[in-house]
Ligand binder design. Structure first.
Ligand code: C2E
Ligand code: CA
Ligand code: CA
Length: 639
């Protein structure tokens, strides 16, 4: 009966081996560790059968031989348990120093165990014809060592939860339970030889759960998938072994043929790539193939090969020429961790000048640093929104006609946990890129409304507050509704609000922007055009946009003083803008001379350090109280 079970076990193992070998593998450490368990268990099962046979023929066989076979069998149980621990360790530590240290300790332990098994006596029992089993000190030693390894394995699996692949954890736990049950059964009832069979079943569980190489494959293309890529990269990082990445992006449309033919061409390309030597190919996102090499030289060789292949055409008649996009990362180890490689790739693609020119990404320190800095800023933004670190500063705007401060520009600041004031140049671009600007813009808008409703700056001579809108906000279709809701909530007179927009390039944006603007204008809000003179604003745009104010950028003023031609440009622009009955605010006025010149030119509003830097709301109110009582103060203002 026992022999039958062991034979079933062997057949099971043979079937698994058949499927396992049929599939391609990436050579992960866990794959190797799995293979080792597989071998030890097969070896054990075979010895298990041999030992049953030997026990049955105890009378005729030399005693030493029977002992040797039985002891060899029980030794394999210790080896299986040891390999179980190593399998878990591989998952946790990869092949790092920590792994090697533990490998040494545990292997020595197993060595001592096996030595004891061979030295200590073994008792051979026979009850009736078919029931044979062993016991005695040698067998007891086996139990002790196996249990110790299983305890270590359980401990690691339970305590190093975060470092293990969750699926592998489940499989290992199932294995442990199965072994414990079968070992306990066998301990209390020597007649049933379950342990070896349980080993075979465990292998099947692990195989089905995760060592089935198919789980690493992308079904459609037959290339490895992204999960496999991450595992592979983690392993390389663990070992500290450099590797190069070559990324190929197929164009969205391959030819002008039918979808079926497109599919055929895609498969042709995938198959060609899958068959390349020295290359492991992974399928990334949509039409993206990631090739991994040991080093840059190999990557370049294969790239040259692929270039040639792509030149010679694809499809049934080899006449379809495709131009993929290439990206090369010479050594991916330059980013901090495996998880950052793909995000880095996307980051570099968007931000690298090199890539735009040559299609190559050279992992330079600058770029990696920038990516990590950007992540810090993203974190800062998230923290700022969560912890209410967002503050609005106000910079007063002076009216030449009224000789007092009639408005102010609201400018966002983050005051972090330590009280550092962080200016928008650090975070606005990033907030625009990751979409947080929507939330940030809403917070700023709310804060300004709250400020107006609590402090009534209109009583101090302020006609309206200017608030910056990013292009991203302008594209948000519910912007107008959300702002109107906020103004209603705070009972704000919409005439107190002036929104600053900048020119946006795309026509699509302009459509949503105009819808938002019209809704808000109907409600009573006014608009300014910001950054005029920076190249982001031109006169046509002013004609098309329903704005009341145009803000001359600081660079206009500076170049007006620096270079003769700029004078004429500014004069012309001014006349046109005034001709359209729009007001002009001149920004960045720092000196009396600049102020006088702007006044002489006929510009009506002045904003700049000459009067005040942007200041916190309390300081802004005090500023108004000090300076807006009497008229004609500008001349004797103390700065
Ligand atoms: P901006 O809209 O052109 O704002 C004017 C910037 O010029 C402010 O910088 C202001 O402090 C600075 N400035 C004012 N007068 C002078 C001067 O006399 N000399 C010099 N050198 N600079 C002067 P800030 O506050 O650092 O803001 C930078 C930019 O960040 C703003 O440029 C605006 O584009 C953006 N920003 C600020 N707050 C917000 C916001 O709430 N939402 C959005 N979307 N963008 C904002
Ligand atoms: Ca502005
Ligand atoms: Ca501006």
């Amino acid at each position: 009966m026992n022999i039958k079970m062991q034979c079933c076990g062997l057949i099971l193992l043979a079937v698994i081996l058949f499927f396992y070998n049929r599939q391609k593998k990436i050579n992960l450490n866990t794959e190797k560790a799995f293979m080792r368990i597989f071998i030890v268990i097969t070896f054990g099962l075979t010895l298990d059968i041999l030992s049953v046979v030997a026990l049955n023929f105890m009378e005729v066989l030399p005693e030493l031989l029977v002992d040797l076979i039985c002891k060899s069998y029980i030794s394999t149980l210790v080896l299986v348990a040891l390999n179980g621990v190593l399998y878990v360790l591989t998952d946790i530590y990869n092949q790092s120093e920590q792994y090697k240290k533990r490998l040494y300790i545990y292997s020595s332990m197993a060595g001592i165990g096996i030595l004891l098994i061979y030295i200590l006596p073994i008792e051979k029992n026979m009850e009736g014809m078919n029931y044979t089993y062993t016991s005695g000190p040698s067998v007891l030693t086996t139990y002790i060592f196996c249990m110790t390894f299983f305890a270590i394995m359980t401990y690691l699996t339970l305590t190093q939860k975060s470092k293990m692949n969750p699926k592998r954890r489940e499989a290992v736990l199932a294995w442990i339970v199965l072994w414990l049950v079968s070992a306990a059964t066998q301990f209390f009832n020597n007649k049933i030889l379950l342990v070896g069979y349980a080993g075979a079943i465990s292998i099947m569980i692990i195989y089905l759960k995760l060592e089935n190489p198919e789980t690493n494959l992308d079904r459609k293309s037959g290339l490895f998938n992204q999960t496999a890529l991450l595992q592979y990269m983690k392993q390389q990082f663990g070992k500290g072994e450099e590797f190069a990445l070559l990324v190929m992006n197929l164009p969205a449309s391959l030819s002008h043929s039918s979808p079926e033919e497109e599919e055929e061409i895609r498969m042709e390309i995938f198959q060609y790539i899958a068959a390349l030597q020295d290359t492991i190919a992974f399928k990334g996102a949509e039409d993206e193939i990631i090739l991994v090499f040991q080093n840059q030289e190999q990557a370049l060789q294969v790239e040259a090969l692929l270039d040639d292949r792509f030149d010679s055409g694809w499809g049934r008649s080899q006449d379809i020429i495709i131009y993929p996009e290439w990206m090369l990362i010479p050594n991916a180890l330059d980013v901090n961790q495996a998880e950052d490689v793909l995000p880095y790739l996307r980051y570099a693609k968007q931000n690298s000048m090199d890539f735009a020119e040559s299609g190559r990404i050279l992992l330079d320190k600058d770029m990696t640093n920038r990516m990590y800095e950007e992540r810090l800023v993203e974190q800062l933004l998230a923290d700022a929104i969560k912890n209410d670190w967002i503050e609005v500063y106000y910079q007063p705007i002076y009216s030449i006609q009224e000789k007092r401060f009639v408005s102010a520009e609201a400018l966002v600041r983050i005051i972090d946990g330590e009280g550092n004031v962080i200016t928008p140049d650090v975070f606005i671009d990033i907030a625009e890129k990751n979409g947080m600007i929507l939330k940030l813009g809403e917070v700023v808008f709310k804060k300004v409304c709250q400020f107006i409703s609590q402090n009534h700056p209109e009583d101090l001579g302020i006609h309206y507050i200017e608030i910056n809108l990013s292009v991203v906000q302008c594209c948000y279709e519910h912007l107008a509704d959300s702002f109107i809701e906020i103004m209603e909530w705070y009972h704000i007179d919409p005439a107190m609000i002036n929104l600053e927009i900048t020119e946006s390039g795309s026509v699509g944006t302009t459509k949503t922007l105009l819808e938002n603007m019209n809704k808000l204008i109907e409600y009573g809000v006014k608009f300014s055009l910001d950054d005029f003179g920076t190249g982001h604003s031109n006169l046509n745009y002013i004609v098309d946009m329903p704005v009341d104010i145009v803000k001359f950028d600081r660079s206009m003023t500076t170049s007006y003083f620096d270079n003769g031609k700029a004078k004429y440009v500014m004069d012309a622009a001014m006349h046109m803008i005034h001709g359209m009955e729009l007001q002009i605010v001149s920004e960045g006025i720092e000196t009396k001379e600049q102020l006088d010149t702007m006044e002489a030119l006929g510009i009506s509003y002045i904003q700049g350090y000459y009067f005040s830097r942007p200041v916190a709301s309390d300081a802004f109110l005090s500023f108004l109280e000090d300076n807006n009582e009497v008229s004609g103060l500008a001349e004797d203002l103390i700065i």
